[in-house]
Design a protein around this ligand. Structure first.
Ligand SMILES: [Fe+2]
Length: 382
């Protein structure tokens, strides 16, 4: 057995841990760029919760609040310019996956030189960036634990990752209280993204004992608590468990990679401008069905851990029971059943399947999937 395992230097988890932001940031730098979304943070009243500990620690804060969902290379360039002008020594990202990915890319490329596009197109990242600290406000992307930033090239609409082991966060503060203001629809799609991470990492060709332990626990936490967090956003216990599930799934995916859902999700999301979590939520059961006979034992292990089947149930039946559970969960979260419902058009299928083929996530899928297999998966979504 051979494996590699990379995690943030420090992970601080729990309700109220945002209060430790000043102390943690002060350990890493003095002048920081706070990367956040356009309005979400102020609108949800969280800005003070973030700024107060930073000012109490007497840190110099420059705010960059221009990150929109599904960020482009241009946003990273704008963040880099602002960071360089303010001569910062630390980046803090407070937001969902898009914000954290931009914060990560800005920190990683800060000393690198050259346009972000060169790195997007494959130039290796050869230098350590400046430290960055992740504060997720959604429970789904897992970006606080990963070394990749998913970005879109506005010239080609191509969506892919820049990744580097240097880009792992110096610290992640995961405070479930910050996720409590998410509306139900965002809770649903970010949570289903996290569940997809857990299931794909668990069944990936590169899974190993450390990632499997985390992914299994993440899958159980998310399956048991996502609907409760969705149906009553003030349910603190459910929010905490979903946030924990998302974090564990993020660590697992960072070390085991993903699968065909994520292989297809990037071209589909970029083509129709659909939120990543929504694409994943729709595609997940299709890919589970496609993979089922190859990962029967693994799906069955999750079903048994969830106690949705009696212990003596055969693996085939238990694995199918997990698939029904996920289908039912998706329905209860009011997520559409087909990509057609969010814009998939028949004449785009071959373009999308072709665009998914080079994906590293697809390469990790437990069952090989070529062009015709991807076409079938997409065809079933019409
Ligand atoms: Fe994802």
């Amino acid at each position: 057995m051979l494996f590699d395992f990379l995690v943030p230097q420090r992970i601080i988890f729990g309700p109220g841990t945002t209060g430790r932001l000043g102390e943690e940031a002060g350990r890493l730098g003095r002048k920081l760029l706070l990367v956040t979304g356009r309005r979400a943070l102020e609108a949800s009243g969280m800005l003070d919760r973030i700024l107060n500990p930073l000012s109490a620690a007497q840190l110099e804060v420059t705010i960059f609040n221009e990150v929109a969902p599904e960020p482009t290379l241009e946003v990273v360039e704008a963040g880099l310019e602002k960071a360089r002008r303010a001569n910062v020594d630390l980046i803090i990202g407070v937001g969902g996956g898009s914000v954290l990915d931009v914060a990560k890319a800005v920190a990683g490329l800060y000393p690198a030189g050259g346009p972000a596009k060169e790195y997007f197109e494959g130039r290796p990242v050869e230098k350590q960036g400046i430290p960055w600290l992740a504060v997720p406000t959604t429970a789904g992307s897992g970006s606080e634990a990963t070394r990749n930033a998913v970005l879109i090239d506005p010239d080609t609409s191509r969506k892919q990752s820049i990744r580097s082991d240097y880009w792992i966060a110096a610290a992640a503060i995961v405070d479930p209280v910050l996720t409590m203001s998410m509306p139900p629809s965002l809770t649903a799609i970010t949570g289903m993204d996290a569940l997809t991470h857990a299931l794909e990492a668990y069944t990936s060709r590169w899974s190993h004992p450390l990632t499997s332990a985390l992914a299994l626990e993440a899958a159980v936490l998310l399956c048991r608590n996502l609907y409760a967090a969705y149906s009553r956003g003030s349910n603190r216990e459910a929010r905490e468990k979903v946030a924990l599930g998302s974090l564990l799934a993020g660590i697992a995916l960072n070390n085991a990679r993903l699968g065909a859902v994520h292989g297809l999700a990037h071209p589909v999301g970029a083509r129709y401008h659909i939120q990543h979590g929504l694409v994943c939520a729709i595609l997940l059961p299709y890919v589970m069905e496609y993979n089922l006979v190859f990962v029967e034992e693994k799906f069955a292990a999750i079903a048994r851990a969830l106690k949705i089947v009696p212990p003596e149930t055969s693996s085939n039946v238990a694995a199918r029971r997990l698939l029904s559970f996920v289908l039912r969960l998706r329905e209860r979260l009011n997520i559409p059943a087909k990509l057609k419902d969010v814009g998939l058009r028949p004449d785009d299928l071959s373009f999308l399947a072709e665009a998914a083929l080079p994906s590293g996530s697809l390469a990790a899928n437990p069952r090989a999937a070529g062009f015709s297999d991807l076409m079938e998966l997409l065809q079933a979504n019409l």
